[in-house]
Design a protein around this ligand. Structure first.
Ligand code: MGD
Ligand code: MGD
Ligand code: SF4
Ligand code: MO
Length: 713
């Protein structure tokens, strides 16, 4: 072969012996969706990534973030070695140390804190990375602190609380039975962006077979484009809309009477309350024309059972979020849609029996939970989400304004910009006794640490994944771990060893490989078999599927689906009504002064929270931060598309660039979060929280826009 031809083959990235290019299959892991990807390697380096199509269940697709994996792997900001701080906190000056010194320093500080003050003065924190959370909880338990908190203090758990309070334990999210439903309601989700490779495709496929689609979203999105009915309520008004639906369903006799009688309690009280939500009142609160609301409610009643797809964030990113989410999910009870085929949480399965794997229902009980930091602030959280603390008040807790002071913080993937009032969290991080963090990158949060630990990203770490419902897939080191990076599991077990404790209970684990072996130990498949079969191995054992009867044995205190929640109603605190009462956030805000509703963080396909903004292939796609605004609102303010202006909230100001979009409702502006020092969370209020869940009102706060010259007046 001529040299020239070989160069052409290499340039075209053709795999083969001649070119030295090989393909290895791995798990993308940039977001939570865990797509399988084909990684093209030459000389030990990634040169290209594609979606995998050959492993059973692989979706064959790749989103913009996955396509940028090469850049994320070799980012100059990768952490390669354990380091200790040599400058001031926040300054970012560090010196390389050994793993032994790093782990010993952290463990010694934890031991000292325990001896001098008690174990509860140490907080363990795990951010969005979720896979090792059960073992992080075991670490906290073995050490003796109940204070383990996670990013789920702003994600998913409020919806799960809402769902659990009415429908009992173990349900997780109201997963729709999309394959079998006649109509799907998508309530505040944009899967075309937030589940880029899978969510949208499933909807389109089911639309083709005749499924009707109703989407409830203030904005126009690629998801709403496919809707038969698109309702556009103001953010934070979902509760009123859902109660309006309920009134139509009840007054027009479109609800499932038999189901309600057999499986629910509290209907009469609920019905009385619901009657207040006349179509006129609902239109006044939500802005949704009453005819449209009635049409959608009738469709729900006529096409029942009818699932409602909800998200971990928008509806519950509101200070009435749990009650609003309860009002929405209770429609599943009213229409007899919970636990049945074609509804939500339909009988399904079986599944692959994995052990020690993360589940949002978190089964591991914490030690000393009744003395944790947040139980007095958020009593319903303590009852409904008892496997971790609610940590949104992190600045207060670290500053010692909680029940008792914190001395030591040991974190994994901490991104302190995800919380409101980033400035307060930064001040608190400066003043606490000791901070350690493990991350893939030298992040802003790492700069506030005494010790930082380098972590392997998904393609670097050995892992197993379930794919296609019944197949187990093993991934080795697709890419050799960078520098001295370790897996989180090896860090947890390493710390446990230094602390003299073991992780894993009856089946202890001492490293990441033990964890993988334990995870598959009930499947009948061995790690060796998996290593020998790159396309995966079908699980030999499966879990027993749940029937409708099993699912409808709900684990609420009454044993029935509760229209009036006994758990929430029994909490003696403001806003904890048993009924899904609607409170309007606008009544709590200075809307006269700050007349625009500020929605933050609606997902963008190329961004995943703080993970993405540091990678130029992703960050160059859009100038930041943008304030997305309806042109009519902007024109009234005399602001041109592309103009640099200031967004001001009651908490402060941020420089932003105007982006005109007719996708927005008039009166509502959107700003993305997680953009380093330009993060909108610097000017979000950390006391503006749902009293039940503690979730911040990220999607429905208030602001005004100022022309640049005006702000110095
Ligand atoms: N590309 C990408 N994908 C992601 C993420 C990411 O950062 N980037 N993050 C992941 C995570 S952690 C999460 S929690 C999910 C979130 O997933 P999604 O919920 O799908 O994400 P959002 O875009 O925040 O919200 C969906 C829609 O809700 C609308 N919305 C805003 N406020 C309200 C409201 O008050 N009521 C109603 N009914 N609708 C409202 C927005 O206009 C938006 O179009 O996405 C996950 N997937
Ligand atoms: N204003 C506003 N704020 C929000 C939201 C909003 O909509 N608006 N959304 C909220 C929601 S729903 C969420 S989920 C949070 C986002 O939650 P965050 O925890 O902030 O999510 P990320 O920024 O994706 O990840 C945090 C860190 O984890 C690191 N990381 C990634 N993988 C691993 C791993 O395997 N191990 C370790 N140790 N580290 C890893 C990343 O490098 C990153 O530095 O933000 C919340 N904050
Ligand atoms: S959706 Fe994109 S970022 Fe997420 S795992 Fe799949 S390819 Fe990776
Ligand atoms: Mo989230």
């Amino acid at each position: 072969m001529e040299n020239l031809d070989l160069k052409a083959l290499i340039d075209a990235k053709i795999p083969g012996e001649e070119t030295g290019i090989e393909i290895k299959t791995g798990v993308c892991g940039f977001c939570g969706d865990a797509c399988l990807v084909d990684v093209y390697m030459k000389d030990g380096k990634v040169i290209k990534v594609e979606g995998n199509k050959s492993v059973k269940g692989a979706n064959g697709k790749l989103c913009s973030k996955g396509a940028a994996l090469k850049q994320t792997l070799y980012s100059p900001e990768r952490l390669l070695y354990p380091m200790k701080r040599v400058g001031e906190r926040g300054e970012g000056k560090f010196e390389r140390i050994t793993w032994d010194e790093a782990l010993t320093t952290i463990a010694d500080k934890m031991k000292e804190t325990k001896e001098k003050m008690g174990a509860k003065h140490t907080m363990i924190y795990v951010a969005h990375p979720k896979w090792f959370r059960p073992q992080a909880t075991e670490l906290a338990n073995g050490y003796g602190t109940p204070n383990i908190g996670t990013e789920s203090s702003t994600c998913a758990y409020a919806l799960m609380m809402a769902f659990k309070s009415s429908f009992g334990a173990d349900q997780g999210m109201p997963a729709p039975d999309m394959k079998n439903c006649k109509a799907l309601f998508i309530w505040g989700v944009n899967p075309m962006y937030s589940k880029s490779t899978t969510g949208g495709a499933a909807i389109l496929k089911n639309k083709e077979r005749g499924m009707k689609l109703v989407v409830i979203d203030p904005r126009c999105t690629p998801t709403t484009e496919h809707a038969d009915i698109h309702l556009r309520p103001f953010p934070g008004t979902d509760g009123a809309l859902a109660l309006g639906f309920a009134r139509v369903l009840i007054t027009e006799n479109l609800y499932d009477k038999e189901y309600v009688e057999k499986y629910t309690t509290g209907f009469e009280e609920y019905k009385n309350y619901v009657m207040e939500f006349t179509p006129e009142k609902v239109e006044a609160i939500t802005g949704v024309p009453k005819e449209d609301m009635i049409r959608a409610a009738r469709l729900m009643g006529e096409m029942k059972p009818c699932p409602i797809q909800m998200s971990a964030s928008p509806v519950v990113h509101n200070i009435n979020g749990v009650q609003n989410a309860r009002a929405v999910t209770l429609l599943l009870a009213l229409t007899g849609s919970f636990g049945v085929k074609g509804g939500a949480c339909a009988p399904g399965g079986p599944g692959v029996p994995l052990k020690g794997k993360f589940s949002p229902n978190g089964k591991i009980k914490r030690v000393d939970a009744e003395n944790d930091l947040s139980h007095n602030d958020f009593p319903a959280w303590a009852k409904l989400s008892s496997h971790e603390i609610q940590v949104t008040k992190i600045a207060d807790y670290l500053e010692g304004k909680g029940e008792y002071p914190m001395e030591t913080l040991v974190a994994f993937g901490m991104n302190h910009h995800m919380w409101p009032r980033v400035d307060r969290v930064e001040e608190a991080l400066k003043n606490i006794g000791f901070v350690a963090n493990a991350d893939i990158y030298m992040t802003e949060s790492c700069k506030y640490c005494d010790i930082i630990l380098p972590v392997q990203s998904s393609l670097e770490r050995e892992q197993v994944a379930v794919t296609g419902g019944d197949t187990i897939f093993y991934q080795g080191h697709v890419v050799e771990p960078m520098g001295e990076a370790r897996t989180d599991m090896d860090i947890i077990t390493g710390l446990a060893e230094k602390l003299g404790i073991t992780i894993g209970g009856d089946e202890p684990i001492y490293n990441n490989e033990d964890y993988l072996r334990k995870m598959i130990s009930a499947t009948g498949v061995t790690l060796e078999e998996l290593k020998a079969n790159p396309l995966g191995v079908k699980s030999r054992n499966m879990t027993t599927p749940k029937t409708t009867e099993d699912i409808l044995k709900v684990k609420t205190p009454s044993g029935k689906i509760e229209f009036v929640s006994s758990v929430i109603g029994s909490c003696d605190k403001e806003g904890h009504e048993g009924l899904p009462v609607f409170h309007d956030f606008r009544e709590k805000l200075p809307m006269d002064e700050f007349p625009l509703i500020l929605a933050t963080g609606s997902r963008k396909p190329q961004l995943f929270h703080s993970r993405s903004y540091r990678h130029p292939w992703l960050s160059n796609l859009e100038k930041w931060p943008l304030v997305e605004i309806h042109p009519e609102d902007a024109e009234k303010l005399g602001m041109a598309d592309g103009e640099e202006v200031i967004v001001e909230t009651p908490m402060g100001k941020l420089d932003v660039t105007v982006a005109y979009t007719t996708s927005n409702l008039k009166g509502v502006v959107n700003v993305y979060h997680a953009l380093g020092d330009k993060d909108i969370n610097y000017i979000m209020d950390d006391t503006y929280l749902d009293p039940i869940s503690g979730f911040p009102g990220y999607k429905s706060y208030c602001c005004r826009l100022l022309k640049k010259e005006k702000c110095h007046e």
